[in-house]
Design a protein around this ligand. Structure first.
Ligand code: ADP
Ligand code: MG
Length: 624
């Protein structure tokens, strides 16, 4: 009987490989830039038309190819980079599979021009799917120029699968940014049709960050550095203040190659724990330098993913490097405080920007399988609600969950404790009908002190109130409750033209915040309701103050409209230092603070509280 197995013709094999290597125009850009970098280019220019669907054109000033190499380069498994198994075990180049050019040639019209330093002229190779290639002499500079035209013209299924131009363009521009950040010594020029998107001259990394991510990011960087005999972690994190709503500011590299690794991203994220608001994402640009023998980059055709021999070790060091960097800025309150509140080793974090959640072990960085835990009927620990979530509240000032407070103070809030607070030095028997209150001390009308299980906590009263008002304002703008109260005597207000303009921009938001007003004349409004926390008599001053503050935030912060407005409201309406608070007021402030979703940092990223522990005092007093 005759066998039925046949070796696939080259062309089909290439198209299958193309399915893995070339998923969209962005993959072509990525592969070609990697080739240019492997060829030692110091200048790389990229031009795309119709988001790369019509044309991707890449020029480099690298080594170029001889005529023979040029002809071989488009053959499958043709590579100048890997020859032995040993090479494969310690890959130092971007490419090594020898399939990018062959794959591209099977799904597009490809033209490559190339010239090495010793050649009199260049050679141009034109190759179309299913046709034999043509090679001819051409006049050109040293280096390589590649044209990829009509991508997927012969694979309708792929073409249909492509997203709208704007989305495909975003993929490409994200990739350009990743490369630009990873190699500041290379000049990258990037054109969208005839429009220059960026042209980054060779420079140092901070300048490069400014060039591609903007000045406000570059101005708020904290350096990260950790080195031992096995690896080196180097780069920057952004201050918590400039955290984003998406992961678009996160860049992780391994030996200069951009990688996607959930567990290492979490290692960074968890170092920021308590310093970020819910859902916001830190900015980081980090490179891990490690011996290529310790990793395997050949686990995925697009080489986005890597395997570490000892991932947990790398996880711990990344976490440590970022924590140290944050501590150097005094952004982290006493660590015992953090340990006390976060008891579960598991954390849930949102994946990508979707609502999908993953569960991570905060000690090891291990990403647990979501599915499995969904199915688990009776889990021994409660994943569904971490303490972090418990702290958020839906109805302001009523029914909030005090678990964070309990944790911090080590007792059910409101229960009597072994603390010799003034309230308890009074005969408890006689006061049995009254629930003993937690005691607070105000220091210099500025800080609030209270005993905790481990020592004493000091809270900045202004920052605390700012945080409370900030979260309230966000909820009001989300229409979770109405924060508005009518005023008895409406006040009239003159606006100058820039205030008028600003107001028209944020009118909807400021009304949701609780300000209601009507236009009297072109330059005059009448305010008839204000948010609950605005004192009577200071309505117009508050209104103008918030506008002014908003304008500044709008210029200096990267946050969105609502965040900026909520922060302005918090900043202008919160009690100031110098404001006397009685027991009841302090107690209510603390209740509100601990029902916030993020009670540890103010909207500007400064700490709200610091805990001093008894062991620290003991050490200072020479008791240990
Ligand atoms: P790989 O990069 O995995 O080796 P490719 O198909 O991407 O495979 O490229 C095949 C070969 O073509 C490379 O190994 C390299 O020798 C050559 N080549 C590709 N692009 C360039 C370039 N821009 N400059 C010089 N040589 C190149
Ligand atoms: Mg390659």
């Amino acid at each position: 009987m005759q066998g039925i197995i046949k070796i696939l013709p080259d062309f089909i094999a290439n198209q299958i490989a193309a399915g893995e290597v070339v998923q969209r125009p962005e993959s072509v850009v990525k592969e070609l830039i990697e080739n240019a970098m492997d060829a030692g280019a110091t200048e790389i220019a990229v031009v795309v038309k119709n988001s790369g669907k019509h044309l991707i054109h890449i020029l480099d000033n690298g080594d170029g190819m001889t005529k023979e190499d040029l002809q071989l380069s488009v053959k499958r498994h043709a590579t100048s980079k890997v020859f032995t198994t040993q090479d494969l075990e310690e890959i130092r180049t971007y490419g090594f599979r020898g399939e990018a050019l062959a794959s591209i040639a099977s799904v597009a019209n490809l033209e490559i021009r190339s010239r090495t330093k010793d050649m009199e002229h260049g050679w141009k190779l034109t190759i179309e799917p299913m046709k034999s290639e043509i090679i001819e002499a051409v006049n050109m500079d040293f280096g390589t120029q590649i044209f990829v035209r009509n991508l997927f013209f012969n694979v309708p299924a792929r073409r249909k699968f492509l997203k709208a131009d704007i989305t495909e363009f975003r993929y490409i521009s994200d990739t350009m940014i990743r490369f630009a950040l990873s190699k500041p010594h290379i000049r990258f020029t990037f054109y969208d049709n005839e429009v220059l998107v960026f042209d980054t001259k060779p420079c140092d990394i901070v300048q490069r960050i400014e060039d591609v991510l903007g000045r406000s990011t570059a101005n708020s960087l904290i350096p990260v550095f950790l080195e031992n005999e096995k690896l080196k972690i180097e780069g920057f994190i952004g201050e918590p203040l400039i955290a984003k709503q998406s992961k678009s500011g996160q860049f992780l590299y391994l030996n200069g190659r951009h990688i996607v690794n959930k567990s290492l991203s979490y290692a960074v994220y968890s170092a920021f724990e308590h310093l970020l608001e819910k859902r916001s994402q830190p900015i980081y640009i980090l490179n891990i330098q490690i011996d290529p023998k310790e990793i395997d980059v050949n686990v995925h055709p697009q080489k986005h993913e890597v395997k570490f021999d000892d991932e947990r070790y790398v996880y711990n060091l990344v976490n440590q490097a970022v924590t140290t960097a944050l501590q150097s800025k005094n952004l982290i309150p006493e660590s015992t405080l953090v340990g006390n509140i976060m008891q579960s080793p598991f954390d849930r974090v949102s994946q990508n920007d979707s609502d999908e959640l993953m569960i991570v072990n905060r000690h090891t960085g291990e990403v647990l399988d979501m599915q499995q835990h969904h199915e688990e009927r009776n889990p021994s620990f409660n994943f569904a609600k971490t303490e972090y979530e418990n702290r958020s509240f839906s109805k302001p000032n009523q029914n909030f969950d005090l678990s964070a407070f309990d944790n911090l103070f080590g007792k059910k809030f409101g229960e009597s404790s072994d603390i010799d607070s003034p309230a308890e030095s009074i005969d408890n028997q006689k006061l049995e009908y009254r629930k003993p209150e937690k005691m607070y001390w105000q220091l210099h009308k500025k800080y609030i002190f209270s005993q905790t299980e481990k020592g004493v906590i000091v809270i900045d009263q202004h920052a605390a109130h700012e945080r409370i008002l900030f979260e309230k304002a966000l909820k009001a703008m989300n229409k979770e409750f109405s924060n508005s109260q009518e005023i008895l005597f409406p006040v009239r207000l003159q606006l100058n033209s820039s205030q008028k303009l600003l107001l028209s921009e944020i009118e909807a938001e400021i009304k949701l915040l609780g300000f209601n007003f009507s236009k009297i004349q072109d330059n005059e409004i009448e305010i008839n309701s204000v948010p609950l926390d605005i004192n009577s008599g200071s309505e117009s001053q508050s209104f103008l103050g918030i506008l002014e503050q908003y304008e500044e935030y709008e210029r200096t912060r990267e946050s969105n409209k609502r965040d900026n407005l909520a922060a302005s409201f918090g900043c202008k309406s919160a009690i100031k230092a110098g404001h006397y608070l009685n027991q009841e007021e302090m107690s209510s402030l603390m209740n509100d603070l601990f029902s916030c979703s993020m009670p540890y940092v103010c909207p500007h990223g400064r700490p709200i509280m610091i805990e001093f522990t008894i062991p620290e005092f003991d050490r200072r007093f020479g008791r240990t």
